[in-house]
Each structure stands twice: as structure tokens, then as C-alpha cells.
Design a protein around this ligand. Structure first.
Ligand code: 9YW
Length: 418
């Protein structure tokens, strides 16, 4: 449960504390995001965990990603959660999801950052070349799954907000308002027994999350069917931009190891063009586009700033970045503080996520915006030193929120922010 608002202050050896968090969350071959609240293997969390491990144990880093890919479905999808062994502290568990892969799992994916960081790991650890080479095929199959089932003219859609990793962003308010929860069994949330209620999604959101899970479960996660019938199909900057970057890095891996490249080159060209569908000229920003309603959300989120990470349009989003940086001491907030819907403590409706800052800063650096990249790294460092290794932080004062001893915050510290 939440500690004092300044629980990070006074950490005598933050590097050692971060390593101890990774070791403590290691369940043998995979790492949980945090004990209790998230007791399973999450997809993009594991990739960040691997990068943290890479700073002191490269073998364990490779193993983390290998365990993640061991859950890949026959259709290529790599699930967002792998339920290696049942833990009663989390809901919804494997029975509710009914995933159809080799390991009990959820039925949706998560932002595909793996190829990007596997490339990085392969450069850091030349002895791991064979392990990287073995991942090129599975990664290609996973990226093809996105392209085949989630592509809409090169923009990449999600079938559930959980797939973006930005669960209760204001981006989903409008598409969720169009969903009437139906035939839901009574359920008991576990998250609010670990974390204060005002830092978590509302019941209104959970009713709709579970409606969509039930829909997928009831059709055996048949993507062709879901594409036709699901009320929720939203093109998303997290997915579109991370997949575009991931394809660039997969291409480099494929070239290095002599694998086929033509298909990957086609995906890159298609997604570069498709990312334009996320440009909302009315607000001069990237946002989500609801395929069912034919409307942009109008929400500026931290995912809106991943265009640099994807290598598209380096001149865009700078004004919004500077405006928000001038408004709040700690950025980048998960929702624009000058838009309605901003809630500085409620999860993806305002708080800052250190790992998102890392992705944004990587992009800023690649785009040549060095001063901003350095400034973002500096504020992330002071935020963690002030608040500890929390799941997320209040952008007004860096006070910690959500889960504690959090894997991806510790990993982000070790691999980037320290
Ligand atoms: C949930 C594990 C996951 C992250 C997501 C985050 C949250 C889980 O935790 O989702 O039950 O809502 O939103 O990005 O991968 O850290």
C-alpha cells in the first residue's frame, strides 16, 4: 500500500535497490511487474525487465524474452499476459480469458517493443547472437499478426484498451460510452485491495473491459469474427508507433542474420503512410481514431509523443511537448493537463510513467532533439529519486502512486535514467 509521499528520498544506493527489485520480482525465467497487484508475466513489462537485467545479468535478460515468446499462439500473437501459475490476487485470471495458446494466457497482445530491445540486447551482448537469431522468425510472425488482423490502411488498431497498455486513458471514453455492458456475471475486483481506489480505473471502465473480454472468450478469440462484430476497434498511436519502430529494428536483425526482408520493408512503408491517419489536424496532434464512429479522440496522451520513437515527422508534436513541460514540473503526463479528463493520480489519466518517458526520450534523441531528451531524462531521474520505484507518479510533485517496487521503473532506472 502507498507509503509516504517521499518514500524514494534517502535511497542510499538506488542502483542496488533497483537490482534488488528485479531479483525480488523474478519468479524463475520470468519477472512479475510487482507482487500481489500483477502476479503474472506481462508482455511489454518483460521487455523492460530484460533491459534492466541486461545491465548486470545478460543471460537472465535473454531468458526473460525467451519465456515471453514461449507463449506465442499458433496464429503468431504474443499475449499480453502469460499465466504461468494461477495466483488468486489478480482478476481477471486465465479462466475468464480462455486464451488458446501453448501457455494459459489472455487473448490480446500488447505494444510490440520486443524487436527494438532485442536488437539492442544483441548489440550489447555479442555472445547472445544465436539467441537473437532464433527470435527473428517468431517476431516476424507476431508482427504479421498485427498487420493482418489489426491493420487499417497501415494504422494499427486495438480490440481492447488493455492491449495498448494505457488502460483507462481518456482516449477510450467515447468508444466506451457507446458500449452497453451486457450479460456480465457478478465479479470481484482485486486491484483495489492492493492500491487506493482513486488511483485505479472506475467500475464503469471495468464493466466495459470485461464485456470485451467476454466477447473474445465466447468466440474463441477468432480475429476474423472479432473484426466484424466487436464494438471496439480503435487505431492507436502506442501500437502504430511501437510497431513501426519494431519493424525497423526487426529489419536490421533480419539483414544481419540473413532472413527474408521484403515483407518487413513493405510493412514499414505501409505503417509510415498509415500513421498519418492518427494525425488530428484540429488539435495539431497524434491521437486515437475510432474506426466504428469514424472520429478522433482529440486526446493528447503520452503515446501521442511516440512519433519520434517511430521515426516519423520529427518536426511534429514539439509545441505540445514544450507547452506541457512548461505547465508541469514532471512530464510526460499520460493525459494533457490542459484538457478535460486529466486526473493527476488516476493511472493513465494523468500520471507519469517512467518507461514511457524512456521511449519518448529515445525518439527525441533519434530525431535530433537532444536538449529535450536530456531534460526528460533529468526529470525522470529526479522523479524516481523523489518518489521511489513506484508504478507511476503524480506529475505535480512526483509523489508515488499505484504499485510499489515496480519492475519496469527499476529497469528503466538501471538501463536509462540513473
Ligand atoms: C491491469 C503490468 C500492466 C501494464 C499495463 C498497465 C497495467 C494491468 O499493468 O495493466 O490489470 O490493468 O496499464 O500497461 O503492462 O504492469
Amino acid at each position: 500500500m502507498p507509503g509516504s509521499p517521499r518514500e524514494g528520498r534517502g535511497m542510499t544506493d538506488p542502483d542496488d535497490a533497483a537490482r534488488r527489485i528485479l531479483r525480488g520480482n523474478d519468479r524463475g525465467g520470468y519477472t512479475v511487474p510487482t507482487a500481489g497487484l500483477y502476479p503474472y508475466q506481462w508482455n511489454w513489462d518483460s521487455v523492460f525487465a530484460a533491459m534492466g537485467f541486461a545491465t548486470f545479468d545478460t543471460d537472465r535478460a535473454w531468458q526473460e524474452v525467451e519465456t515471453l515468446l514461449s507463449g506465442q499462439w499458433p496464429n503468431g500473437m504474443v499475449p499480453h499476459i502469460l499465466f504461468h501459475k494461477v495466483e488468486p490476487t489478480y482478476f481477471p485470471g486465465p479462466d475468464v480469458w480462455g486464451g488458446v495458446g501453448p501457455v494459459p494466457s489472455s487473448g490480446i497482445s500488447q505494444p510490440p517493443i520486443a524487436a527494438t530491445f532485442i536488437r539492442w540486447l544483441a548489440e550489447l551482448d555479442p555472445a547472445g547472437a544465436d539467441r537473437a537469431k532464433a527470435m527473428v522468425g517468431p517476431l516476424t510472425d507476431w508482427h504479421r499478426w498485427f498487420f493482418d488482423w489489426r491493420g487499417e490502411g497501415g494504422a494499427i488498431c486495438v480490440s481492447h484498451p488493455w492491449e495498448t497498455g494505457r488502460d483507462n486513458s481518456p482516449d477510450w471514453d467515447a468508444p466506451f460510452a457507446a458500449i452497453e455492458p451486457a450479460n456480465l456475471d457478478a465479479y470481484y475486483r482485486r486491484d483495489t485491495s492492493h492500491v487506493a481506489e482513486d488511483e485505479r480505473p472506475r467500475r464503469w471502465d471495468y464493466d466495459r473491459y470485461l464485456t470485451l473480454v467476454k466477447l473474445g472468450h465466447d468466440c474463441g478469440w477468432d480475429e476474423a469474427h472479432l473484426r466484424e462484430v466487436s464494438p471496439f476497434r480503435v487505431a492507436d498511436p502506442t501500437m502504430t508507433f511501437t510497431l513501426l519502430r519494431a519493424n525497423r529494428d526487426l529489419l536490421a536483425l533480419a539483414q544481419r542474420f540473413g532472413a527474408e526482408t521484403a515483407e518487413i520493408e513493405d510493412w514499414i512503408a505501409a505503417i509510415e503512410a498509415g500513421s498519418e491517419r492518427l494525425w488530428n489536424a484540429d488539435i495539431g496532434a497524434y491521437d486515437t481514431f475510432d474506426m466504428r464512429a469514424g472520429t478522433h479522440s482529440g486526446v493528447i496522451s503520452n503515446a501521442s509523443f511516440l512519433n519520434w520513437y517511430a521515426g516519423v515527422r520529427p518536426e511534429r508534436m514539439l509545441d505540445h511537448f514544450d507547452r506541457i513541460a512548461g505547465f508541469l514540473p514532471y512530464g510526460v503526463p499520460s493525459a494533457d493537463p490542459q484538457q478535460p479528463g486529466f486526473e493527476p493520480k488516476r493511472y493513465w489519466r494523468g500520471p507519469v510513467w517512467a518507461m514511457m518517458n524512456w521511449l519518448i526520450a529515445l525518439g527525441l534523441r533519434d530525431a535530433g532533439h537532444d536538449a529535450r531528451a536530456t531534460a526528460l531524462c533529468d526529470t525522470t531521474r529526479s522523479m524516481i529519486l523523489a518518489g521511489g520505484f513506484a508504478e507511476y507518479f503524480d506529475p505535480r510533485d512526483a509523489s508515488p502512486a499505484g504499485g510499489r517496487d515496480f519492475t519496469w521503473t527499476a529497469a528503466t532506472w538501471l538501463a536509462w535514467a540513473s
